[in-house]
Ligand binder design. Structure first.
Ligand SMILES: [Zn+2]
Ligand SMILES: [Zn+2]
Length: 189
């Protein structure tokens, strides 16, 4: 669960602590069964509910926590798909990885189901052709980032000025697994 990438969910009640709708954050601490601490890419920290019928969050991407499906994406033909997979409910044997699904690969008028975990129950989602599009905001490749409040890596970033997320990606991921938030600036992808 640590490192899971999330966005605001159906019972969100924390105003714009996440930076606004469509902004992405990371689970950095689990507080018992129904509560987690999320650090948003924009820098704020929020205690979020995840049980008891109240869900502040939705899963955005499970790939950073190592979730892997032993199945190939029919579009990009990656043989193991990390994170969420998407299966066509109309055709047999059509499975997409998240980047291909969101890039409108396969027929967007077909209904899909989503699987967050290899053995999870499939969740039917609305057709992409009739869905509203939004752009995710946060730390993605090529985002500009800078040291966060908990930076403890000396001058590994060489300069305190903005750096590209690609250059700092290893450091950022290391911090996810340490459970120590250390990022504060986000630009659109
Ligand atoms: Zn793919
Ligand atoms: Zn299909």
């Amino acid at each position: 669960m640590l490192g899971l990438r999330v966005v605001r969910g159906p019972n969100w009640q924390h105003g714009d602590q996440d930076g606004g709708e469509d902004h992405v954050g990371t689970v950095v601490e689990v507080n018992g069964a129904n509560s987690v601490i999320v650090v948003w890419d924009m820098g704020c920290t929020t205690v979020c509910r995840g049980g008891g019928g109240e869900y502040d969050l939705r899963v955005f991407d499970g790939a950073p926590v190592g979730i892997c499906h032993p199945i190939a994406c029919v579009a990009c033909e990656d043989v193991a798909v990390f994170g969420t997979i998407w299966r066509c409910a109309t055709c047999t044997n059509v499975t997409l990885c998240s980047p291909c699904y969101h890039d409108d690969k396969h027929d967007i008028s077909h209904e899909f189901v989503r699987l967050d975990l290899p053995k999870a129950d499939p969740v039917t989602v609305p057709k992409r052709a009739s869905s509203q599009r939004s752009r995710s905001m946060g730390i993605f490749p090529n985002a500009l980032v800078k040291r966060g409040a908990h930076w403890e890596y000396g001058d590994q970033d060489e300069t305190e000025s903005n750096s590209k997320a690609n250059d700092l990606l290893d450091l950022v991921l290391l911090l996810f697994y340490d459970g120590v938030p250390n990022f504060c600036c986000a630009k659109e992808t």
